[in-house]
Design a binder for this molecule. Structure first.
Ligand SMILES: Cc1cc2nc3c(=O)[nH]c(=O)nc-3n(C[C@H](O)[C@H](O)[C@H](O)COP(=O)(O)OP(=O)(O)OC[C@H]3O[C@@H](n4cnc5c(N)ncnc54)[C@H](O)[C@@H]3O)c2cc1C
Length: 488
């Protein structure tokens, strides 16, 4: 039987960061287990927009990651610092104060250093120009902290991580699922049982890192932990994240942590496929709703579309949409919003008409109520100065359900409507870890030899999430897990 220093289960951003970090910290033999076949490798990381939320204090720090952006007209002028305390207040606000303070501190204080470490390992970055940035005059206005993404988005990030891991001499086995954790009589994790096309085998390791995603692709677990109607949700990413790592760890006494009834889910094209499409990746997202209205099949609004910038509401609005009648809603815009729509709206055709009644007639909803909803909104909107680059305070007046920002009237033809549903991205429930990314048992003692990273970490995210935090957290905790696993 072959003995490894470190076995890493999973081959997404977190796991591959862990594998590289393990090699850099003295582990000679590092094995990555990827349950998917090679052509479907890379987990949710492949499907992601590649965006990283990074705390930084001056534009030069960002330029260290994206040096060519200096030449991009309007880039330098539009970048606003995102100090750690702002990242902190966003994380606290998004999670209603429930984020694990220790994990949050590790995430935030390591975000910039870890992005630099990734760059040093060969991960290239680019400005996330098509993801929420808007041009105001000659300046590109960025959602705060969400400026940098991996070159060529998640597809590029995944490809660069595999190349980096291979350059570091990490062995990768495809179609090989970690099925069970092996322990010695003292309870130390000493390897895994794997399942591959040839059968079931035992592998030895000095330490195991679990980075094999959440349970978002498992309909039964969604029903069990998230409740109805989540068993029917479309999955935005990989079909391989079935909760295996969580199950294995719980079986040996690891402690669950965090928001097991919560998940990250976003408004996506209503006709998106049941699982992520490797080519479309995140292009089914429909996140420009702050500049329009959303109505359900009853013809009613159901959220404050302008509560905040999309990166602070999109991860919770998906679930709210899924819970509307039929699990669908319509995003309605007028011609004034057209130039503000994210380019990914072009991946499906909207309903279009020159009048609102003509538009609404095409939608599968209560037409009379929908028209009244839009008329009520129009009567309440149009007060203040519109500024797409920031919360502008342009709020409706007198509506029971307000729109708090960007409330312009829908009054300019053509009018457009995109049907949307809520697609699950990843589950928030995970495992309790300490500052070394070591799994903690239900006896509150660390489980020797077992480390956890990525979506499997429990406690950071609750009900909502600031965009770009998943990959950043995966890289931060992956790096820590790999280093500590290597040191044994
Ligand atoms: C469409 C989409 C867009 C997104 N955009 C962004 C974004 O722009 N920014 C951001 O921060 N986050 C984004 N996210 C979230 C982000 O992708 C995830 O938080 C992140 O990729 C999780 O990384 P991970 O390494 O934990 O898991 P994954 O990348 O999902 O990797 C899990 C790995 O484990 C493997 N696996 C599963 N079970 C087993 C097993 N039993 N044995 C071995 N291997 C196993 C899987 O095949 C996969 O390789 C997006 C997600 C999606 C789906």
């Amino acid at each position: 039987m072959t003995a490894y220093d470190v076995i890493v289960a999973g081959a997404g951003n977190a796991a591959l960061a862990a594998s590289v970090s393990a090699r850099m910290n003295g582990a000679n033999r590092v094995l990555v287990l990827e349950k998917a076949p090679e052509e479907l490798r890379g987990g949710n990381t492949h499907y992601s927009g590649g965006l990283l939320r990074i705390a930084f204090s001056e534009v030069d720090e960002i330029l260290r990651l994206v040096p060519k952006a200096r030449e991009l007209p309007g880039f330098v002028e539009g970048v606003e610092a995102y100090p750690r305390d702002l990242f902190w207040s966003d994380l606290r606000r998004m999670t209603s104060g429930r984020t694990d303070p220790e994990l949050g501190e590790i995430l935030i204080s390591n975000s910039f250093a870890t992005a630099c470490w990734m760059a040093d390992q060969g991960i290239r970055f680019e400005p996330a120009i098509s993801l929420g940035a808007v041009r105001v005059g000659n300046v590109i206005k960025w959602p705060k902290g969400a400026i940098v993404r991996a070159a060529n988005e998640g597809v590029g990030l995944s490809r660069m991580w595999f190349a980096t891991a291979q350059r570091h001499g990490v062995e990768i086995r495809y179609e090989t699922a970690a099925a069970r954790l092996r322990q010695d009589t003292r309870g130390r994790v000493i390897g895994v049982v794997v399942r591959d096309p040839a059968g079931v085998h035992e592998l030895d390791a000095r330490a195991v890192v679990l980075g094999c995603g959440g349970f978002e692709a498992n309909a039964a677990w969604r029903a069990q932990y998230l409740g109805r109607p989540w068993d029917h949700a479309k999955v935005r990413g990989t079909s391989y994240n079935q909760g295996d790592g969580l199950r294995m760890a719980l079986e040996i006494g690891a402690m669950p942590a965090g928001n097991w009834s919560g998940c990250h889910a976003t408004p996506i094209h209503a006709e998106a496929p049941p699982f992520g499409d490797r080519k479309l990746t995140d292009k089914t997202n429909r996140l420009s709703y702050p500049y329009g209205l959303m109505i359900n099949r009853l013809g009613q609004r159901f959220v404050d579309e302008g509560e905040d910038q999309a990166f602070f509401t999109y991860a919770k609005f998906g679930g709210i949409i899924l819970n509307q009648p039929g699990g669908v809603a319509y995003q309605i815009f007028d011609a004034k919003a057209r130039e503000l729509l994210e380019p990914r709206y072009s991946t499906s055709d909207p309903f279009a008409a020159n009048t609102l009644p003509e538009l609404v007639r095409q939608l599968d909803c209560d037409h009379e109520t929908a028209l009244r909803t839009i008329a009520d909104y129009n009567a309440a909107a149009g007060h203040g100065e519109f500024n797409p680059g920031d919360r502008d305070g342009m709020a409706t007046r007198g509506l029971a359900l307000p729109k708090s920002n960007w409330a312009r009237k829908l009054d300019t033809a053509p009018f457009l409507a995109w049907p949307v549903t809520g697609g699950i991205t990843f589950s928030f429930g995970g495992l309790k870890i300490n500052e070394h990314a070591q799994a903690i048992g239900t006896d509150w003692r660390p489980i020797e030899g077992l480390y956890v990273c990525g979506e499997m970490v429990g406690g950071l995210f609750h009900n909502n999430y600031p965009g770009g935090s998943g990959l950043m957290s995966g890289a931060v905790f992956g790096r820590i897990a790999g280093a500590n696993a290597a040191r044994g």
